[in-house]
Write a protein that binds this ligand. Structure first.
Ligand SMILES: [Zn+2]
Length: 348
């Protein structure tokens, strides 16, 4: 009998430092190094969309790839507690969560934001599949034109009123984000809403603003407009999911050109994966970073966009070391009791 694993054979190995060093071979050309990389945006199971793997499996794969930190995102619930629990038994990588302000947490809900941030959440994401603009582009909330997910409603959540002014409850959220030094993600708002949001966020003292996948179907920024938003102090976060074979919303060349115009010090590369048609986040990020490099962005700039820029935003260098008791307990969860010959049925 094999237990339904937390995935694979040895999910809870000792920290990287205690394992044999991984051999690094370049096989004849510069290889983007994932050691110390960070993924600010990935989508594990549980989620109402089908996923490739869950929190444990995605975090473990990232840790085994040498990555330093990962942020779990979910359209349908807060991931802060999920990250906390994975972290307790997963040495060698930092695991974080945040909250997406979709209908599932009450939309633009300052109480949900406050709880997420007080519990250690790192990012507050504006609405995604429940954004008004998302509903307009995809024909309703809750899913994509290509993928069904949650509850479908005609009208979604807008952060601005009919005059284009930010709603009062959004300002309340921005104040909390500023107070806790968290990251603000713009997600599936319209480009016009994003500009209003970024301006107001700066005024409210928010220092870490990320323009989520600017060339995804939503928001699908015009490059000149994106450059302007970056000048306001927001950092574009380009995702592998945007360029994936299944959805292919933008060519990598457009992303490389944007990085040249905005500057690598102000850009981020993330996986945004977890979908079944894409590689695991750690591998998606590696493929994406390598591709951006091969499109002409210098290697050190690419490394910066998958590591140092993210670490600056997370602002947390502390290592987390699970207790031996927690590790022993977690190993017990994935051990195969039949591996012990005394428990195996007699053969022959
Ligand atoms: Zn995403």
């Amino acid at each position: 009998m094999t237990l339904p694993a937390l995935g694979g054979t040895t999910p809870l190995q000792p920290p990287a430092a205690e394992r044999a060093p991984r051999t690094k071979r370049t096989y004849g050309g510069p290889l983007i190094d994932m050691t110390g990389a960070v993924d600010l945006h990935c989508h594990p199971y549980p989620d109402l969309f089908p996923r490739l793997a869950d929190d444990f499996d995605i975090v473990r794969a990232a840790r085994d790839a040498g990555m330093k930190a990962i942020v779990l995102k979910c359209h349908h619930e807060n991931t802060v507690s999920r990250a906390y629990l994975v972290q307790r038994v997963m040495p060698g990588i930092r695991v974080y969560g945040g909250v997406v302000l979709n209908y599932y947490v009450g939309g633009i809900n300052a109480a949900a934001v406050e709880a997420a941030l007080r519990l250690g959440g790192k990012e507050v994401w504006m609405p995604t599949v429940d954004a008004g603009y998302h509903a307009q582009v995809h024909g309703g909330t809750g899913g994509y034109d290509a993928q069904a997910g949650g509850r479908t409603r005609a009208e979604g959540i807008w952060v601005t009123d009919s005059d284009g002014k930010l709603r009062a409850e959004v300002k309340e959220v921005l104040e909390l984000v500023a107070q806790y030094g968290a990251i603000l993600g713009t997600c599936h708002l319209s480009p016009r809403e994003i500009v209003a949001l970024v301006r107001e966020a700066r005024d409210a003292g928010v220092e870490k603003i990320v323009v989520t996948h600017p060339y995804f179907k939503v928001p699908n920024f015009d490059m000149d407009a994106l450059v302007e938003v970056a000048k306001l102090g927001a950092m574009p976060e380009f995702g592998y999911c945007t360029v994936s074979p299944a959805w292919a919303y933008a060519p990598v060349e457009r992303i490389a050109e944007s990085i040249r115009r905005i500057g690598a010090s102000r850009c981020l590369l993330v996986s945004d994966t977890g979908q079944r048609h894409n590689p695991l986040p750690s591998e998606a990020l590696r493929i994406f970073a390598q591709t951006v490099f091969e499109k002409g962005i210098p290697q050190e700039d690419v490394q910066r966009m998958i590591s140092a820029n993210q670490l600056d935003l997370l602002d947390d260098e502390a290592e987390f070391v699970p207790s031996p008791e927690d590790l022993a307990w977690a190993r017990g969860l994935v051990e195969d009791p039949c591996a012990d010959s005394r428990l195996s049925p007699p053969r022959g």
